[in-house]
Design a binder for this molecule. Sequence first.
Ligand code: AMP
Length: 558
Amino acid sequence: MDTPSLDFASLGLRGDLLSTLTSLGYEEPTPIQAASIPLLIAGNDMLGQAATGTGKTAAFALPILERLEPGERGKEPGALVLVPTRELALQVSQAFHSYGRAIGVRLVAIYGGAPARQQIEALRRGVDVVIATPGRALDLCNRGSLRLGNVRTVVLDEADEMLEMGFIEDIETILAMTPAARQTVLFSATMPKRIDKLASKHLRHPERVAIAAPASQSNDVPRVRQAAFVVKRFDKPAAVMRILDAEDPTAAIIFCRTRGEVDDLAQALSARGYQAEALHGGLTQDQRDRVMGRLRSRATDLLVATDVAARGLDVDHLSHVVNYDLPSSPEIYVHRIGRVGRAGREGVALSLVEPRERRMLSAIEKLIGTNIPIEKVPSIADVRTLRLERTREAIEELLDDPEQQARLEAYQDVVAELLDERDPETALLAAFALVHAGTGGDIEDDDRELSAPLDNGTRPAKEGKGAKRGDGPKGAGPAAGKTRLWISVGRKAGVTPGDIVGAITGEAGIKGKDVGPVKVQEFFTLVDVPEAKARKIVKALNHCTIRGRKAKVKLDQG
Ligand code: AMP
């Protein structure tokens, strides 16, 4: 049951946006994007039910960018996106920034808990899109800094959260300041009555788009052992390696969302000695055939792939599907895991879930009609024990198999000699060690606990009053006024926090005290830098080497 493939071009997006999407490694629209983008480009109001992880941000951002009137650009904002929290404001701004860079979109994020001065200054210079929390937006409207008379599109993102946080009055006051003829788009993960009421009051003949599916398709799910691991985004590479070590799949397909992620993960796995290959739509047919050949001949046992590239792929001996990223809809989950558990064999489907993706996990559970148990990422000690057990089992299998006895006879003389000269137990220990090293090699010695708690739905602090400031790369997000960068080199390349601070201060002329915290991971590094300087730093660092390695640097999307 292949889902029909739609490309972004057929949704009505123009060339420069399409090239940006290609460069971001997006291969096809997610279901919510396929449904929403044409409707929104056509100017309809819309009521969309979609949670984080569905690709909803691009679903409204791309049509807004598509519809920006060149003549009106850069004066007063043409689009206003209201979001419940500072974190989401920053996240949505980053998304707009990356989708709109080819068309030079000007935007500002407006939120409480940070000085208003910079935000006012940006508004004064002129912006196309404002992404704001309701409280601060209203405040700046009242001060005359934020003018909404030219707004053609208003998006209420995560509307249920905004209502839950008591923003209803602010939202209605703000809407009243925008032109009546505007386009209004409302996204909400849940559709309680209050959302319906809000929609019928402020949206005109809205199109309804929902990707939540009825809970009745459980028969479609094959015999598959399923489990989920809650892991923060930057712990995912280490977590997937431990999980693979513990599971020891015959062959696995590991799903990522974008081409870039596929390449990064395949590289990280190969660097650690796994037999991994990347498969995505950027490969030529020849390259694709070669990868598939290696998988079929078992020269490779891990295939890292996007959904598009894996479509139609049929490999008999696949034992595991690993969702390195959750899919953008529950139906795609069912589709992915349908690749294992065929012909009566039991397959295994394992998912890495980011704490904020709890809703997508519930939607998947609802569709398949079962709970997916949440397990702990194995510790290094667990992995060691499992591996020893496996080596022992392999030896015992050989001992118990009469047909294999003949093979053993060939070694009789040399072993007899060895036993004459050496203590038998020590000799066996040495032989075991050799076999064991041959089956797995060294394992990672970073034995941090990687499991994170699932975000249980407690509401984030309201902006302004007591809003939580990020506590650096280990915690929720960067502090106010800071942005997190992702750098492609980490501990494995010998990088230390000092190297990163040194590179940023040296290459981009930023003061050391403005850089950090720095979190060096096995294969990459996260560092918080002043938001206003982030682009300059990315540009400067992309041309330099750190510890002799060319570094790739980008804004962290996590
Ligand atoms: P959202 O649900 O908007 O928070 O998006 C979830 C993640 O999916 C973000 O990291 C996006 O960058 C990514 N994403 C959005 N659309 C696509 C797409 N069509 N293909 C691949 N990744 C996407």
